[in-house]
Design a protein around this ligand. Sequence first.
Ligand code: NAD
Ligand code: ISE
Length: 338
Amino acid sequence: MMLKVGVVGTGMIGQDHIRRMTTVLAGVEVTAVTDVDVDTAKRVADALPGAVVHGSGEDLIADPGVDAVVVCSWGPTHEQYVLAAIAAGKPVFCEKPLATTERACRRIVAAEVAHGRRLVQVGYMRRYDAAYRALKAVVDSGRIGTPLMMHCAHRNPGVPAYYEKESAITDTAVHEIDMVRWMFGEEIAAVRVLVPRRSRNGGGLQDPLLFLLELQGGAIVDVEISVNIRYGYDIRGEVVGEDGTAALGELSPVTVRGGGQVATPVPADWRQRFLRAYDVELQEWIDSSAAGGPPVGPSAWDGYAAAVVSDAGVAALRGGDRVAVTLMPRPALYEMAP
Ligand code: NAD
Ligand code: ISE
């Protein structure tokens, strides 16, 4: 059976997901799109035979020709579409973040719990990345002993147009928040933000930042967030265990030696670096949705937990020292570990 998908938001990642659903993945058809930028939505639909352009996300979700929804609009608009999809009983893949505040995520969790079965998956694609999966397999195997620390860097060449001061946490570091919960299988207990001197390339943002995450079991993770690093998109991670360390490998398929130097290319952006991870993530979501089963990827609970930590990070950035993280009790619907 072909899963008929409607896409809300046809900007950068909306177009990239439409490309993969129409040219790479199997068992899916994009039947409807919408965007507040109507011209963009129409231009995107022109390349999709038979696809309808809707005037609003709500109209798209109500369309009987849409079985499942992919939300790729700006973060603050996610809540309304995820809630509308739950109300319609349709599976919804929501790009990260699930919503931009804890309260909005609580409303989504409450709606899904009231519905009685999981319909929401959040686009935390690092869980599908081959390098992160290999790193987690080493940590889980016990080969490096109990993990004590993790060093991460999240470097972007530049920022999208919607980026604000807090986005370094809410839009960028939110990936490490989810990845760390998954990597360590524990919730985050507290956060801090350290502020070094500003880069002249930072465009008025506090750039870079050092984000510190304390896990419930006592491990500590540091994340360098640089969002105007210029040289490329560079994602790093190294876990330090009692008996050894394990790091994400260099990912380039080519190394050039010449002129007295060894050089490997750096990805240009997240689309290049996580190309395969997005493919695997969406294919699994398509397959589980088509089968009528619950999604197996990051849940509304994961989206909620990330938002609580993200809110704490914003408080720490605004001048808090150590900000503790308190989660509500986890509903039985989300019984699996993070
Ligand atoms: P973008 O600005 O390129 O595209 C967003 C689109 O949403 C725009 O076309 C905009 O007009 C549209 N839009 C805004 N409000 C809307 C509304 N109420 N209804 C319908 N359409 C609306 O941004 P982007 O880079 O594509 O990011 C979109 C979302 O995807 C963000 O939440 C971002 O955090 C997330 N994202 C995730 C990843 C990832 O690695 N998983 C990468 C990039 C972006
Ligand atoms: C963007 O929205 C993403 O999700 C990318 O993966 C991230 O690296 C970037 O910082 C965000 O702006």
